[in-house]
Design a protein around this ligand. Structure first.
Ligand SMILES: *Cc1c(COP(=O)(O)O)cnc(C)c1O
Length: 445
Protein backbone atom coordinates (compact mmCIF):
# COMPACT_ATOMS: atom_id res chain seq x y z
CA UNK A 1 0.00 0.00 0.00
CA UNK A 2 2.85 2.40 0.87
CA UNK A 3 4.10 1.78 -2.60
CA UNK A 4 0.73 2.81 -4.08
CA UNK A 5 0.73 6.00 -1.99
CA UNK A 6 4.19 7.04 -3.09
CA UNK A 7 3.31 6.24 -6.69
CA UNK A 8 0.08 8.28 -6.50
CA UNK A 9 1.99 11.22 -5.02
CA UNK A 10 4.54 11.04 -7.83
CA UNK A 11 2.22 10.37 -10.76
CA UNK A 12 -1.29 11.63 -9.98
CA UNK A 13 -2.36 15.24 -9.49
CA UNK A 14 -5.40 14.77 -7.22
CA UNK A 15 -8.50 16.99 -7.66
CA UNK A 16 -9.41 19.76 -5.23
CA UNK A 17 -6.24 18.95 -3.27
CA UNK A 18 -3.16 20.84 -2.12
CA UNK A 19 -0.77 18.05 -3.04
CA UNK A 20 1.66 19.02 -0.29
CA UNK A 21 -0.98 18.08 2.29
CA UNK A 22 -1.00 14.49 1.00
CA UNK A 23 2.26 13.99 2.92
CA UNK A 24 0.43 14.31 6.23
CA UNK A 25 -2.94 12.97 5.11
CA UNK A 26 -2.49 10.27 2.49
CA UNK A 27 -5.52 9.32 0.37
CA UNK A 28 -7.27 6.01 0.97
CA UNK A 29 -5.84 3.30 -1.25
CA UNK A 30 -9.05 1.68 -2.44
CA UNK A 31 -8.90 -1.84 -3.83
CA UNK A 32 -12.60 -2.51 -4.30
CA UNK A 33 -16.13 -1.58 -3.38
CA UNK A 34 -19.19 -3.48 -2.22
CA UNK A 35 -22.59 -1.86 -1.73
CA UNK A 36 -22.18 1.22 0.45
CA UNK A 37 -18.62 0.20 1.38
CA UNK A 38 -15.15 1.07 0.17
CA UNK A 39 -12.45 -1.50 0.94
CA UNK A 40 -8.80 -0.47 1.01
CA UNK A 41 -5.73 -2.45 -0.01
CA UNK A 42 -5.26 -3.63 3.60
CA UNK A 43 -8.84 -4.94 3.70
CA UNK A 44 -10.21 -2.16 5.96
CA UNK A 45 -13.80 -1.12 5.24
CA UNK A 46 -15.17 2.42 5.11
CA UNK A 47 -18.82 3.39 4.74
CA UNK A 48 -19.04 5.65 1.67
CA UNK A 49 -21.22 8.20 3.50
CA UNK A 50 -20.96 10.84 0.78
CA UNK A 51 -21.54 8.52 -2.17
CA UNK A 52 -18.10 9.12 -3.71
CA UNK A 53 -18.69 12.86 -4.27
CA UNK A 54 -22.47 12.48 -4.54
CA UNK A 55 -22.48 10.22 -7.60
CA UNK A 56 -23.23 6.75 -6.25
CA UNK A 57 -26.87 5.75 -5.85
CA UNK A 58 -27.11 1.96 -5.72
CA UNK A 59 -23.80 0.93 -4.26
CA UNK A 60 -20.43 -0.08 -5.62
CA UNK A 61 -20.27 -3.10 -7.91
CA UNK A 62 -24.04 -3.21 -8.26
CA UNK A 63 -24.80 -6.48 -10.08
CA UNK A 64 -27.59 -4.99 -12.22
CA UNK A 65 -25.52 -2.04 -13.45
CA UNK A 66 -22.51 -4.31 -13.93
CA UNK A 67 -24.62 -6.64 -16.08
CA UNK A 68 -25.91 -3.81 -18.28
CA UNK A 69 -22.42 -2.48 -18.97
CA UNK A 70 -21.01 -5.96 -19.58
CA UNK A 71 -23.82 -6.67 -22.05
CA UNK A 72 -23.13 -3.41 -23.89
CA UNK A 73 -19.37 -4.18 -24.01
CA UNK A 74 -20.14 -7.15 -26.20
CA UNK A 75 -22.03 -4.93 -28.69
CA UNK A 76 -20.39 -1.54 -29.16
CA UNK A 77 -18.30 0.38 -26.64
CA UNK A 78 -18.41 3.73 -28.39
CA UNK A 79 -19.26 5.39 -31.66
CA UNK A 80 -19.26 9.13 -32.36
CA UNK A 81 -22.71 10.68 -32.08
CA UNK A 82 -22.32 13.09 -35.01
CA UNK A 83 -23.38 11.13 -38.08
CA UNK A 84 -24.28 8.01 -36.05
CA UNK A 85 -26.81 6.98 -33.42
CA UNK A 86 -27.51 3.91 -31.30
CA UNK A 87 -30.22 2.29 -29.22
CA UNK A 88 -28.87 3.19 -25.73
CA UNK A 89 -28.68 6.93 -26.43
CA UNK A 90 -32.12 7.00 -28.06
CA UNK A 91 -33.75 4.99 -25.28
CA UNK A 92 -32.11 7.09 -22.58
CA UNK A 93 -33.18 10.35 -24.27
CA UNK A 94 -36.77 9.10 -24.50
CA UNK A 95 -36.85 8.13 -20.86
CA UNK A 96 -35.24 11.34 -19.60
CA UNK A 97 -37.78 13.33 -21.63
CA UNK A 98 -40.66 11.38 -20.09
CA UNK A 99 -39.25 11.98 -16.60
CA UNK A 100 -38.41 15.69 -16.90
CA UNK A 101 -41.09 16.98 -19.27
CA UNK A 102 -38.24 18.43 -21.36
CA UNK A 103 -36.66 16.85 -24.42
CA UNK A 104 -33.93 16.93 -27.07
CA UNK A 105 -31.25 15.54 -24.77
CA UNK A 106 -27.77 16.89 -25.51
CA UNK A 107 -24.92 14.97 -23.88
CA UNK A 108 -21.60 15.88 -22.27
CA UNK A 109 -19.23 13.92 -20.08
CA UNK A 110 -19.42 15.69 -16.73
CA UNK A 111 -21.39 18.25 -14.80
CA UNK A 112 -19.32 21.28 -15.75
CA UNK A 113 -19.77 20.50 -19.45
CA UNK A 114 -23.56 20.35 -18.90
CA UNK A 115 -23.42 23.84 -17.40
CA UNK A 116 -21.38 25.07 -20.37
CA UNK A 117 -23.88 23.54 -22.79
CA UNK A 118 -26.89 25.13 -21.07
CA UNK A 119 -25.24 28.58 -20.93
CA UNK A 120 -24.18 28.42 -24.58
CA UNK A 121 -27.58 27.14 -25.73
CA UNK A 122 -29.37 29.90 -23.87
CA UNK A 123 -27.25 32.72 -25.29
CA UNK A 124 -27.36 31.13 -28.76
CA UNK A 125 -31.16 30.92 -28.55
CA UNK A 126 -31.38 34.68 -27.96
CA UNK A 127 -28.94 35.32 -30.80
CA UNK A 128 -31.07 33.19 -33.12
CA UNK A 129 -34.11 35.11 -31.89
CA UNK A 130 -32.49 38.37 -33.05
CA UNK A 131 -31.59 39.51 -29.54
CA UNK A 132 -27.81 38.89 -29.28
CA UNK A 133 -27.49 41.47 -26.49
CA UNK A 134 -29.26 39.01 -24.17
CA UNK A 135 -26.08 37.17 -23.21
CA UNK A 136 -25.60 37.83 -19.48
CA UNK A 137 -26.14 35.32 -16.68
CA UNK A 138 -27.50 35.49 -13.16
CA UNK A 139 -26.83 32.93 -10.43
CA UNK A 140 -27.34 32.60 -6.70
CA UNK A 141 -24.87 33.80 -4.10
CA UNK A 142 -22.76 30.80 -2.92
CA UNK A 143 -23.91 28.77 -5.94
CA UNK A 144 -21.80 26.07 -7.56
CA UNK A 145 -22.09 24.99 -11.19
CA UNK A 146 -18.70 23.45 -11.96
CA UNK A 147 -15.17 24.66 -12.49
CA UNK A 148 -14.45 25.03 -16.20
CA UNK A 149 -14.19 28.72 -17.09
CA UNK A 150 -17.79 29.24 -18.21
CA UNK A 151 -19.24 27.25 -15.33
CA UNK A 152 -16.87 28.94 -12.88
CA UNK A 153 -18.15 32.31 -14.11
CA UNK A 154 -21.57 31.53 -12.64
CA UNK A 155 -20.13 29.71 -9.59
CA UNK A 156 -19.80 31.79 -6.43
CA UNK A 157 -17.38 29.90 -4.18
CA UNK A 158 -14.42 32.24 -3.52
CA UNK A 159 -11.94 29.41 -2.78
CA UNK A 160 -12.51 27.98 -6.25
CA UNK A 161 -13.10 31.24 -8.10
CA UNK A 162 -10.90 34.07 -6.86
CA UNK A 163 -7.61 32.75 -8.26
CA UNK A 164 -9.09 32.58 -11.74
CA UNK A 165 -11.08 35.82 -11.61
CA UNK A 166 -9.12 37.47 -14.46
CA UNK A 167 -10.05 34.58 -16.75
CA UNK A 168 -13.77 34.70 -16.07
CA UNK A 169 -16.71 36.46 -17.64
CA UNK A 170 -18.71 38.77 -15.42
CA UNK A 171 -21.99 37.40 -14.05
CA UNK A 172 -24.39 38.69 -11.41
CA UNK A 173 -25.19 36.95 -8.11
CA UNK A 174 -28.51 37.54 -6.39
CA UNK A 175 -29.16 36.73 -2.71
CA UNK A 176 -29.45 33.06 -1.82
CA UNK A 177 -32.69 31.95 -0.11
CA UNK A 178 -30.54 29.67 2.13
CA UNK A 179 -32.90 29.32 5.11
CA UNK A 180 -30.07 29.64 7.63
CA UNK A 181 -29.84 33.30 6.64
CA UNK A 182 -33.49 34.13 7.43
CA UNK A 183 -34.07 36.86 9.99
CA UNK A 184 -35.02 35.80 13.53
CA UNK A 185 -38.65 34.71 13.48
CA UNK A 186 -38.84 34.82 9.68
CA UNK A 187 -40.11 31.64 8.01
CA UNK A 188 -38.04 29.93 5.31
CA UNK A 189 -40.83 30.72 2.85
CA UNK A 190 -41.05 34.41 3.75
CA UNK A 191 -37.27 34.66 3.43
CA UNK A 192 -37.35 32.91 0.05
CA UNK A 193 -39.92 35.39 -1.23
CA UNK A 194 -37.90 38.30 0.13
CA UNK A 195 -34.89 37.02 -1.83
CA UNK A 196 -37.06 36.56 -4.94
CA UNK A 197 -38.01 40.25 -4.70
CA UNK A 198 -34.31 41.12 -5.18
CA UNK A 199 -34.22 38.84 -8.21
CA UNK A 200 -37.24 40.69 -9.56
CA UNK A 201 -35.64 44.09 -9.04
CA UNK A 202 -32.57 42.91 -10.92
CA UNK A 203 -34.60 41.45 -13.79
CA UNK A 204 -36.72 44.59 -14.05
CA UNK A 205 -33.58 46.55 -14.79
CA UNK A 206 -31.37 44.06 -16.66
CA UNK A 207 -33.62 41.54 -18.45
CA UNK A 208 -32.78 43.08 -21.82
CA UNK A 209 -29.15 41.96 -21.45
CA UNK A 210 -29.79 38.73 -19.52
CA UNK A 211 -29.98 35.31 -21.18
CA UNK A 212 -30.60 33.06 -18.19
CA UNK A 213 -30.82 32.57 -14.45
CA UNK A 214 -29.11 29.36 -13.27
CA UNK A 215 -29.97 27.74 -9.92
CA UNK A 216 -29.32 24.61 -7.91
CA UNK A 217 -32.91 23.68 -6.99
CA UNK A 218 -33.60 23.32 -3.22
CA UNK A 219 -30.05 22.52 -2.11
CA UNK A 220 -26.82 24.43 -2.78
CA UNK A 221 -24.48 21.48 -2.34
CA UNK A 222 -20.98 22.95 -2.46
CA UNK A 223 -22.11 25.91 -0.35
CA UNK A 224 -22.49 23.37 2.48
CA UNK A 225 -25.83 21.69 1.76
CA UNK A 226 -27.66 25.02 2.06
CA UNK A 227 -31.38 24.25 1.80
CA UNK A 228 -34.16 26.63 0.81
CA UNK A 229 -37.92 26.80 0.47
CA UNK A 230 -39.37 25.55 -2.84
CA UNK A 231 -41.56 28.67 -3.15
CA UNK A 232 -38.41 30.40 -4.42
CA UNK A 233 -38.40 28.19 -7.53
CA UNK A 234 -42.05 28.92 -8.28
CA UNK A 235 -41.42 32.64 -7.94
CA UNK A 236 -38.24 32.45 -10.04
CA UNK A 237 -40.19 30.63 -12.77
CA UNK A 238 -42.90 33.28 -12.81
CA UNK A 239 -40.33 36.09 -12.92
CA UNK A 240 -38.28 34.46 -15.68
CA UNK A 241 -41.51 34.10 -17.70
CA UNK A 242 -42.47 37.70 -17.15
CA UNK A 243 -39.04 39.11 -17.99
CA UNK A 244 -38.22 36.65 -20.79
CA UNK A 245 -35.14 35.13 -19.21
CA UNK A 246 -34.38 31.40 -19.32
CA UNK A 247 -34.43 29.41 -16.11
CA UNK A 248 -31.69 26.76 -15.94
CA UNK A 249 -32.08 24.08 -13.27
CA UNK A 250 -28.71 22.64 -12.33
CA UNK A 251 -29.90 19.27 -11.00
CA UNK A 252 -26.42 17.77 -11.33
CA UNK A 253 -26.23 17.03 -7.59
CA UNK A 254 -29.91 17.00 -6.60
CA UNK A 255 -31.37 15.05 -9.52
CA UNK A 256 -32.16 11.32 -9.45
CA UNK A 257 -33.97 11.20 -6.15
CA UNK A 258 -31.48 12.93 -3.88
CA UNK A 259 -34.00 15.42 -2.44
CA UNK A 260 -36.86 12.91 -2.15
CA UNK A 261 -38.40 13.44 -5.59
CA UNK A 262 -36.87 12.28 -8.87
CA UNK A 263 -35.94 15.90 -9.60
CA UNK A 264 -35.83 18.66 -6.99
CA UNK A 265 -37.85 20.93 -9.26
CA UNK A 266 -40.90 18.71 -8.78
CA UNK A 267 -41.23 20.09 -5.24
CA UNK A 268 -41.90 23.65 -6.42
CA UNK A 269 -45.57 24.47 -5.71
CA UNK A 270 -47.51 24.86 -8.99
CA UNK A 271 -48.03 28.30 -10.47
CA UNK A 272 -51.57 29.64 -10.25
CA UNK A 273 -52.54 30.89 -13.71
CA UNK A 274 -54.57 34.04 -14.20
CA UNK A 275 -56.92 32.40 -16.72
CA UNK A 276 -57.70 29.01 -15.27
CA UNK A 277 -56.01 26.10 -13.61
CA UNK A 278 -52.39 25.69 -12.61
CA UNK A 279 -49.09 25.28 -14.35
CA UNK A 280 -46.42 22.81 -13.30
CA UNK A 281 -43.17 24.59 -12.57
CA UNK A 282 -40.66 23.55 -15.18
CA UNK A 283 -37.26 25.02 -16.03
CA UNK A 284 -36.25 25.91 -19.61
CA UNK A 285 -33.12 23.79 -19.28
CA UNK A 286 -32.26 20.98 -16.91
CA UNK A 287 -28.64 19.88 -16.34
CA UNK A 288 -28.11 16.30 -15.18
CA UNK A 289 -25.00 14.32 -14.24
CA UNK A 290 -23.50 12.74 -11.09
CA UNK A 291 -26.15 10.12 -10.14
CA UNK A 292 -27.26 9.65 -13.76
CA UNK A 293 -25.06 6.54 -14.19
CA UNK A 294 -25.28 5.50 -10.55
CA UNK A 295 -21.71 6.68 -10.11
CA UNK A 296 -20.30 4.34 -12.76
CA UNK A 297 -19.27 6.38 -15.78
CA UNK A 298 -18.93 10.07 -16.64
CA UNK A 299 -22.09 11.29 -18.37
CA UNK A 300 -24.11 14.48 -18.36
CA UNK A 301 -27.18 15.66 -20.21
CA UNK A 302 -28.97 18.94 -20.88
CA UNK A 303 -32.66 18.82 -21.82
CA UNK A 304 -34.72 21.77 -23.00
CA UNK A 305 -38.09 22.86 -24.37
CA UNK A 306 -39.48 22.33 -27.87
CA UNK A 307 -39.52 26.12 -28.35
CA UNK A 308 -35.84 26.53 -27.63
CA UNK A 309 -34.99 23.53 -29.80
CA UNK A 310 -37.07 24.96 -32.66
CA UNK A 311 -35.05 28.20 -32.66
CA UNK A 312 -31.98 26.19 -33.74
CA UNK A 313 -33.76 24.07 -36.39
CA UNK A 314 -32.95 25.74 -39.69
CA UNK A 315 -31.31 25.45 -43.10
CA UNK A 316 -28.43 27.61 -41.88
CA UNK A 317 -25.70 25.48 -40.32
CA UNK A 318 -24.52 28.25 -37.98
CA UNK A 319 -27.99 28.51 -36.39
CA UNK A 320 -27.51 24.94 -35.17
CA UNK A 321 -25.84 24.09 -31.86
CA UNK A 322 -22.32 23.29 -33.06
CA UNK A 323 -20.93 22.00 -29.79
CA UNK A 324 -19.42 18.58 -29.21
CA UNK A 325 -17.41 16.35 -26.92
CA UNK A 326 -15.63 13.24 -28.19
CA UNK A 327 -17.55 10.92 -25.88
CA UNK A 328 -20.99 12.51 -26.40
CA UNK A 329 -23.66 9.86 -25.78
CA UNK A 330 -21.20 7.10 -24.94
CA UNK A 331 -23.13 3.80 -25.19
CA UNK A 332 -21.62 2.23 -22.06
CA UNK A 333 -22.53 5.27 -19.97
CA UNK A 334 -26.04 5.33 -21.49
CA UNK A 335 -26.53 1.66 -20.61
CA UNK A 336 -25.44 2.34 -17.02
CA UNK A 337 -27.98 5.21 -16.92
CA UNK A 338 -30.73 2.99 -18.34
CA UNK A 339 -29.95 0.35 -15.69
CA UNK A 340 -30.22 3.08 -13.03
CA UNK A 341 -33.65 4.13 -14.34
CA UNK A 342 -34.74 0.47 -14.38
CA UNK A 343 -33.77 0.14 -10.72
CA UNK A 344 -35.71 3.31 -9.83
CA UNK A 345 -38.78 1.89 -11.53
CA UNK A 346 -38.54 -1.74 -10.51
CA UNK A 347 -37.65 -1.13 -6.85
CA UNK A 348 -39.95 1.90 -6.42
CA UNK A 349 -36.91 3.71 -5.09
CA UNK A 350 -38.52 7.12 -4.55
CA UNK A 351 -41.24 5.63 -2.33
CA UNK A 352 -38.79 3.34 -0.53
CA UNK A 353 -36.43 6.26 0.16
CA UNK A 354 -39.26 8.24 1.70
CA UNK A 355 -39.62 5.61 4.43
CA UNK A 356 -35.86 5.19 4.68
CA UNK A 357 -35.19 8.91 5.11
CA UNK A 358 -37.65 9.12 8.03
CA UNK A 359 -35.97 6.13 9.66
CA UNK A 360 -32.47 7.55 9.10
CA UNK A 361 -33.50 10.91 10.56
CA UNK A 362 -34.68 9.07 13.66
CA UNK A 363 -31.34 7.24 13.84
CA UNK A 364 -29.59 10.63 13.73
CA UNK A 365 -31.75 12.12 16.53
CA UNK A 366 -28.88 12.10 19.02
CA UNK A 367 -26.65 13.88 16.51
CA UNK A 368 -29.35 16.48 15.86
CA UNK A 369 -29.58 17.38 19.55
CA UNK A 370 -25.84 17.23 20.30
CA UNK A 371 -24.71 20.44 22.05
CA UNK A 372 -22.14 21.25 19.33
CA UNK A 373 -24.67 20.88 16.49
CA UNK A 374 -26.49 23.80 14.84
CA UNK A 375 -29.03 23.96 11.99
CA UNK A 376 -29.52 20.19 11.74
CA UNK A 377 -31.45 19.71 8.49
CA UNK A 378 -32.59 16.95 6.17
CA UNK A 379 -34.10 16.76 2.72
CA UNK A 380 -34.61 13.41 1.03
CA UNK A 381 -31.35 11.48 1.34
CA UNK A 382 -29.27 14.47 2.49
CA UNK A 383 -28.47 15.25 6.16
CA UNK A 384 -26.36 18.23 7.23
CA UNK A 385 -25.48 20.40 10.21
CA UNK A 386 -22.91 22.94 11.34
CA UNK A 387 -20.52 22.38 14.24
CA UNK A 388 -20.76 25.50 16.40
CA UNK A 389 -17.21 25.62 17.74
CA UNK A 390 -15.37 24.19 14.73
CA UNK A 391 -11.91 25.73 14.62
CA UNK A 392 -9.35 26.00 11.84
CA UNK A 393 -8.59 22.60 10.31
CA UNK A 394 -11.86 21.10 11.61
CA UNK A 395 -12.76 19.52 8.30
CA UNK A 396 -9.47 17.57 8.02
CA UNK A 397 -9.55 16.47 11.66
CA UNK A 398 -13.15 15.29 11.38
CA UNK A 399 -12.36 13.48 8.12
CA UNK A 400 -9.45 11.59 9.72
CA UNK A 401 -11.35 10.80 12.92
CA UNK A 402 -14.33 9.48 10.96
CA UNK A 403 -12.00 7.29 8.88
CA UNK A 404 -10.65 5.79 12.10
CA UNK A 405 -14.30 4.93 12.87
CA UNK A 406 -14.73 3.31 9.45
CA UNK A 407 -16.72 6.11 7.84
CA UNK A 408 -15.62 8.15 4.79
CA UNK A 409 -16.87 11.75 5.16
CA UNK A 410 -15.45 15.12 4.13
CA UNK A 411 -17.04 18.11 5.88
CA UNK A 412 -17.33 21.35 3.88
CA UNK A 413 -15.77 23.87 6.27
CA UNK A 414 -17.73 23.44 9.50
CA UNK A 415 -20.65 21.75 7.75
CA UNK A 416 -20.84 18.01 8.30
CA UNK A 417 -23.11 16.15 5.91
CA UNK A 418 -24.13 12.64 4.98
CA UNK A 419 -25.32 11.79 1.51
CA UNK A 420 -25.23 7.99 1.54
CA UNK A 421 -25.98 5.65 -1.36
CA UNK A 422 -29.65 4.66 -1.43
CA UNK A 423 -28.71 1.03 -0.69
CA UNK A 424 -27.45 2.01 2.77
CA UNK A 425 -29.38 0.14 5.48
CA UNK A 426 -30.41 1.08 9.02
CA UNK A 427 -27.49 -0.80 10.64
CA UNK A 428 -25.02 1.03 8.44
CA UNK A 429 -26.71 4.33 9.28
CA UNK A 430 -26.47 3.54 13.00
CA UNK A 431 -22.75 2.97 12.46
CA UNK A 432 -22.54 6.36 10.78
CA UNK A 433 -24.43 8.02 13.65
CA UNK A 434 -22.10 6.42 16.21
CA UNK A 435 -19.01 7.53 14.29
CA UNK A 436 -20.30 11.11 14.02
CA UNK A 437 -21.16 11.17 17.74
CA UNK A 438 -17.68 9.89 18.62
CA UNK A 439 -16.16 12.72 16.56
CA UNK A 440 -18.46 15.34 18.12
CA UNK A 441 -17.69 14.05 21.62
CA UNK A 442 -13.97 14.53 21.06
CA UNK A 443 -13.22 18.16 22.00
CA UNK A 444 -9.90 17.98 20.10
CA UNK A 445 -11.74 17.67 16.76
C1 LIG B 1 -20.76 18.60 -9.06
C2 LIG B 1 -21.57 19.71 -9.59
C3 LIG B 1 -21.30 20.31 -10.83
C4 LIG B 1 -20.09 19.94 -11.65
O1 LIG B 1 -20.06 18.60 -12.01
P1 LIG B 1 -18.64 17.94 -12.39
O2 LIG B 1 -19.00 16.60 -12.92
O3 LIG B 1 -17.86 17.88 -11.11
O4 LIG B 1 -18.01 18.81 -13.40
C5 LIG B 1 -22.15 21.29 -11.27
N1 LIG B 1 -23.21 21.67 -10.55
C6 LIG B 1 -23.50 21.13 -9.36
C7 LIG B 1 -24.71 21.58 -8.63
C8 LIG B 1 -22.68 20.15 -8.83
O5 LIG B 1 -22.93 19.65 -7.60
Amino acid sequence: MDDLLSRTRAAVWHPCTQMKQLEAAPPLAIARGEGAWLIDTAGRRYLDAISSWWVNLFGHCNPRINAAITDQLGKIEHVMLAGATHEPVVALSERLAALTGLGHAFYGSDGASATEIALKMSAHYWRNAGRPEKNGFISLKNGYHGETLGALSVTDIPLFKDTYAPLLRHSVQVPTPDMRLAAAGESAEAFALRCAAVLEAHLAEHAATTAAFIVEPLVQGAAGMAMYHPAYLTRARALCDRYQVHLIADEIAVGFGRTGTMFAFEQAPPLPLAESGIKTVRPDFICLSKGITGGYLPLSAVLTTDDIYAAFYDDATARGFLHSHSYTGNPLACRAALAVLDIFQHDQVIAANQIKSIEFTRILAEVATHPRVRHFRQLGMIWAFEVADAGAGFSDRFHQAALAQGVFMRPIGRTVYAMPPYVTNADEMRGLADAVLACLDDPAI
